[in-house]
Write a protein that binds this ligand. Sequence first.
Ligand SMILES: Nc1ncnc2c1ncn2[C@@H]1O[C@H](COP(=O)(O)OP(=O)(O)O)[C@@H](O)[C@H]1O
Ligand SMILES: Cc1ncc(COP(=O)(O)O)c(C=O)c1O
Length: 181
Amino acid sequence: MGDNGKMYVPEDILPVYRDNVIPLADIITPNQFEAELLTGLKMTNLKEALNITEALHQKGVKTVVISSSELGDDTTMIGIASTPNECYKIEIPKVDACCTGTGDLFAALFLAWHYKTKNDVKLSLENTIATLQTIVQDTYRKARVSVTSGEIPPALMELQLIQNKAAVENPTSNIKAIKIK
Ligand SMILES: Nc1ncnc2c1ncn2[C@@H]1O[C@H](COP(=O)(O)OP(=O)(O)O)[C@@H](O)[C@H]1O
Ligand SMILES: Cc1ncc(COP(=O)(O)O)c(C=O)c1O
């Protein structure tokens, strides 16, 4: 729907997502901006993040995953995966560039792992972030070869998906999700 305070879709679609589509969904993967729009609530700390995931569960969604939030620091973002019974957070190291398509990739990876692990949200979150880290870091490293300093143009941040097929199939990472509920 949007990111960084800006909607990609027309604003009058928001009530349709919020009131008609969300109650039909089993899994949703909004980023912070989208989760705030869908609930009308703000997320400035972990407690508020839990209020937001709870509000989305109340609408009937079994698995709510916040793909990224600004609850980390300058070097990390926080992801959250929640069911009515348990909730995990994960710290995601940031690269200093804007990525497009990462939200779509996150949703695809999480859905695949959720199915494959029979609804293990902790492992699904860890595997999803492991693959994304490999792809985002590889994309950034290759872009930095041609733009050695300053901002990287979005065209150079086209995700290196095919090149990292192995990281999609076999994600490896030491980043663990931490239980917060
Ligand atoms: N700048 C970044 N540095 C590192 N990882 C990133 C960055 N941007 C996105 N990602 C990865 O992509 C995932 C989804 O990103 P997010 O920003 O939530 O999606 P969207 O594009 O929908 O806003 C994050 O969980 C993270 O793993
Ligand atoms: C209009 C538009 N812009 C950008 C994106 C990329 O979004 P993201 O980076 O969240 O995957 C999408 C994704 O569907 C989109 O529809």
